[in-house]
Every structure is written in C-alpha cells, then in structure tokens.
Design a protein around this ligand. Structure first.
Ligand SMILES: Nc1ncnc2c1ncn2[C@@H]1O[C@H](COP(=O)(O)OP(=O)(O)OP(=O)(O)O)[C@@H](O)[C@H]1O
Ligand SMILES: [Mg+2]
Length: 381
C-alpha cells in the first residue's frame, strides 16, 4: 500500500506540516530577541509541532543560540524537574560530552551534582542532586543557563512543554516565585512556555496577582484556516498520485471543524480507503472509522463526569440557550441554576466545552459528533 502523506499522533514539523507562517515569524522574532513567549491553545491544535519547527529553524540559523526543549509530562516533582532542567541545559552547552562533565563541575557552588555518563552519552547522561539540598539551592539550577551563557559567550532558548504540569507540584507557589525571580533577571536566556490546559495556563500567566503575570508575550494559537487545509490536502493527495476534488478536500476540515489532529486523522483514513480518486463514500467510511477508533476515549471521558454534567452536555449538544431557566432545569434534569453554573465551570476547566463568542460549544469536534450520535441519536453524517 502507498504510504499515507498524513500524520497524527506525533508532532509534525518536517513532514505534513502546513501553514503557521505568521505564528512562526512572531515566535522567531520574539524568541531570538529575548522576549519570553507563552503559547496557549486547546489540546492537539499544534503547539508542540510549531515549537519543534521553530527550534529546528533557530538551530539552523542562529549558531550562538543553544536550544533546550523539555516536556514536563515526564517530570513528577520539583526535584525531578530541576534535575531534568540541569541535564538539558548542560547537554545543550556543548556537542562534546567531555565538556558536559566539566560544565557540571564548574558551575555549581552550593550543590554537588552527580554526573553519570553511559556508553552512549547522548541518551545516557544524567545529572542528580541530593534531594534534601536541591530545594534549598534551587536558584543555582534555575540560574545555570545564564551563568553558562555568560562564561561561554552563548545564549539559550529554553522551551518547556506542558508547563502547567508544574502547578501540580507540592508547594508550587514558592517554586513559581523562585522561577520568576530568577528567570526575569536573566539577560542571555529566553523562555518559551506552552501548554494545553488553558485554564491553568491562563491562571499562571494572565492573573495580575501571580508571579508570572507579564512575564512576556502571550500568544493564543488559533486553528489552521480552512483554505490552508484544502490546499494541503489536495497537494498531499496529488503528490501521492491520487485525486481529490476541491469540494471533497473541503469536506474533511469542515467535518472536523479545522481541528489539526482530526483533520490529519480523517485525511489519513480517507487516503487509506480510496483508490486513485476520492469519492464521498470514502470520506464517510473514514469518518466512521475515526469515531470508532476514538470512542473508547470518549466513553472514558463520559464516565469521569457526573450525571448533572452529562445532562448539561446534552442540553448544550441540543444547542439550548438560557440553560439556567426553569424550563431547561426541568427538561434536562439539571438541578438548580447554581448547579448549572458550577457544572458549566467544571466542564470548561476540563476543556470539554468553551465559550465561543458568547455561545457555549464543545471543544472537540469528533467527540461532539460521537456524543450527539450516542446520546441524542443523531446520524454521524
Ligand atoms: N502545522 C500543522 N500542519 C499540519 N498538521 C498539524 C500541524 N500542527 C499540528 N498538526 C496535527 O495535529 C496533531 C497534534 O499536534 P501537536 O502535538 O503539535 O499539538 P499540541 O497542541 O502540542 O497537542 P497537545 O495539546 O496534545 O500537546 C499532529 O499530530 C498533526 O496531526
Ligand atoms: Mg503538545
């Protein structure tokens, strides 16, 4: 079978990447000129892919800037994060692992790092600290990139993915203050902080009473435009010697509401189901497959919410307005109007729904289709 030109489930930055020219330009100019930048969007719209692309570009064009990229999903505590941070900063300082060891020795005064190098230093290099000391002297780690940069005549760009994960650590407030205080003074280090839990991210960066308020430029990533998707899909099919009409190429992002992950997933299944020329039924079959593949996740999502929240989702799926009116409370068994407000906030915090220009909507277009089919009996297409 021919290889599908569509990719989902991992970041795309070299292949299957489209659009985002403006966002790349803004990120590039911010981050190479020392402006810290926060990037926020709902899940799977393309933050990680965009930053990956940016890092590749900085690596290619800016020899003096050393890039560090850390995904905070893998850090379970402040101590782990600090070790990860130290390791990646040290690794980025030089291409030679022998130098990592000397950097590790030279740049610490209070802390004594344990450095280990395995047979393949690139994958097997670790930095450990005494966990009793690490919190006491955390500033020494947080300030490490600046000190290395000064001494070696470099600059650092540090990208931290799923940044909001730090907020779940014990005593985060204290840590948050230290990070902000240290990082703000750094002249040679720029940060790109991004994440998909929008409410948590907004609370960290847009709340005037929090330390990270006005830490830098906050960029709310938007969806890729419909026209861009159409061109991308048509060109990708053509490059693979298949044909899709403009109308059908438009149907794919239309069905998936321009959601990056799902557009790629639906295009991929359509590719698989079609021979030389895409027909409408291929897209419909692809959609059924997409929903079937994802439905275990949706099922789990539903199991994790309360009956009142589920009922509220039904009302929202039915496009009801005035959700706190007596009629609605009664029709959907929503409890009191205070319950509705509370449940709406819970669903918003979970990023299941959002407020779009004053209307409450589902955030995940395929989940919405599945939900309407499963609970309201509406057809999938
Ligand atoms: N610029 C792009 N062009 C084409 N497809 C894209 C683009 N960006 C993202 N995608 C698609 O969306 C999927 C999710 O992208 P990515 O992992 O970068 O998003 P994210 O916002 O970091 O997601 P998460 O919130 O899960 O971390 C990719 O696997 C790919 O299919
Ligand atoms: Mg991501």
């Amino acid at each position: 079978m021919d290889f599908s030109p569509f990719v989902f489930g991992t970041t795309v930055s070299r292949i299957a990447f489209t659009n985002r020219e403006q966002e790349l330009e803004r990120l590039y100019s911010n981050l190479t000129q020392g402006i810290n930048t926060m990037l926020i969007s709902p899940r799977r719209w393309g933050k990680s892919s965009l930053v990956e692309k940016l890092i590749a570009e900085v690596n290619r064009k800016e020899e003096q800037i050393k890039t560090v990229s850390i995904d905070l999903f893998s850090a379970g505590s402040e101590e782990e994060f600090l070790e990860l941070f130290a390791r990646e900063v040290i690794k980025a300082s030089s291409t030679k692992w022998e130098e990592w060891l000397s950097v590790g020795k030279e740049f610490f005064h209070q802390l004594v790092p344990k450095l280990t190098v395995g047979l393949n230093p690139n994958v097997d290099f670790s930095v450990g600290f005494d966990w009793k000391e690490i919190k006491k002297y955390r500033d020494e780690i947080l300030d490490l990139p600046e000190r290395i940069a000064q001494k070696k005549g470099l600059k650092y760009l540090i990208c931290l993915d799923e940044f909001q994960n730090l907020a779940s650590f014990d005593h985060f407030e204290q840590f948050e203050k230290s990070m902000r205080a240290t990082w703000q003074r750094q002249k040679l280090v720029t940060y790109c902080l991004y994440g998909s839990r929008r409410h948590m991210m907004a609370d960290i960066f847009n709340n005037p009473s929090k330390p990270f308020y006005r830490f830098g430029d906050v960029l709310l990533l938007e969806k890729i435009k419909r026209e861009k998707w159409i061109t991308f899909i048509q060109e990708s099919f053509e490059n693979g010697k298949k044909q899709i009409s403009t109308d059908l190429a438009e149907l794919i992002p239309t069905l998936m509401d321009d959601h990056s992950w799902y557009v790629q997933q639906l295009a991929h299944y359509t590719w698989q189901k079609s021979a030389k020329k895409v027909k409408l039924e291929h897209i419909h079959e692809a959609l059924f497959e997409l929903i079937a593949t994802n439905s275990p996740f949706y099922q789990r999502e539903i199991e994790s919410i309360s009956r009142g929240q589920l009922n509220l989702l039904k009302a929202i799926a039915n496009k009801e307005v005035k959700l706190t009116s007596v009629d609605m409370l009664d029709k959907y068994k929503l409890g009191t109007s205070a319950n509705v407000v509370k449940n709406r906030n819970v669903l918003m915090n979970l990023d299941i729904i959002h407020d779009h220009k004053g209307a409450i909507e589902f955030l995940d277009p395929a989940f919405e289709r599945w939900f309407k089919n499963y609970f309201l009996g509406l057809p999938l297409v």
